[in-house]
Design a protein around this ligand. Sequence first.
Ligand code: HEC
Length: 444
Amino acid sequence: MRKTNLLGLFSAMALVPAIAGAQEPADHEITYAGEVSRIIQDNCQICHQPGQIGPMSFTSYEEVRPWAPLIRLKVLEREMPPYQYDSDIGVQELKNDWRMSDEDIDTLVAWVDAGSPFGNQEDLPGPKQYPVVGEWRLAEELGQPDHVIQSTKWDVPGKGQDMWWEPEVDTGITESRCIKAVETLPSAAAHGSTHHANSHFMVEDEEGEWVTYGRLSEYAYGKLGEKVPEGACRTAPANSKVGWSIHYYPDGNAVPDDQVSVGIWYYDEEDQFDETAAYPQDLRLYMLDGGGDYLIPPHGTLMTQGFHSFDHPVRIDSWQPHLHLRGVAMSMEVFDPATGQREVLSQASNWNAGWNHSHTYEDGFQPLIPAGSTIILTSWFDNTAANPRNPDPDQWVGAGQRTTDEMSHAWIAVTHLDDEGYEKMLAEKQEREQRTVATVGGVR
Ligand code: HEC
């Protein structure tokens, strides 16, 4: 709502030219050439253009117009753009947030309701530039990555069902370093069929077993690279391997010997972290379960929970829920036994296993968790015929690896804090929240 007020101010200044896509709906005719084309460019075209994963292209009025009623439905239900994160509960300040603003949704809906008019040719924006497929997006800012790790080759067929490729490869990292940024890059040829590609570090324990050390990178279609919050060291461990979990969904093009790459940018040795700083040094990604063993009855529903705590304060930097086809929702809460307070940090109540996002909290808005508080992950499952994604409501469904089994966990990036660092961050956060309340009249 903050945005409406600000923009209201702008349109009150009658001499300022109209800002496309940003007016209050209904005070003039909303047209494709005027506002809608820009909203589609900003929110949809990255996937809905030739050669990308969207099933239809939205690059012109002729292409968009026939889909107008379905577009109306999909944006109202917040199914498109595909980003499952509730807008009315929990932390709302996220990086790389794909959600559309309420204003843009209202504009699209009003346009469809008015019969989807074209408007004036001269109002049409020029074509939008998109990142070059197959090139590192972070390169513009950071140059080429310092280190690249590739999955082993896999023949992607032209046609078929979902398939998973889970090789383990040596990283070639000989000395542990702090990661500054990381990006996963599908090959240009298999760009349209690589739906997710997740990777994690593995190290050898004392018994010589390879064990998970922490998440390296998570890629879901359309995702940008990820920068590690300043002041935190996310370690790339020496003598490690990378375990991949790549989800291909054939798009019609066979790609023999495909490889997915992950690029790592390191901090320079000299910016290594000051051991005496009150601030955190160590950032790790954890997979926390949202309830262990469970069985969902045919035509039944289930809720599971997992509980986790740390014996020192932590800051949660990101949250990525993970469920399969019967999963319909997940939340992350924190319960503080010292105060009895329980608070929802993040929730996705229209979960869709086709999309996986790591929701990275905006700097300064990351939840701060005191020592001994409990992080509660709750998952909801619907094995009835009412769940549109349920392949077979007659089955018992348990936890497992196959797409038709269920999963219940979340990946979270955690920065470990010492008491002093925690107190300092908490004070800054409280001060900022007070400021926010004073200026916009209390959002949360
Ligand atoms: C990250 C890529 C991506 C973005 C961004 C995206 N879409 Fe899609 N869209 C898809 C894919 C893939 C499908 C087909 C699979 C599905 O429905 O999930 C799809 C399907 C659709 C459908 C057809 C649904 C059906 O039931 O046939 C519509 C309509 C649609 N998108 C509209 C939009 C609109 C409008 C936007 C922007 C406001 C948008 N999409 C943004 C990838 C995307």
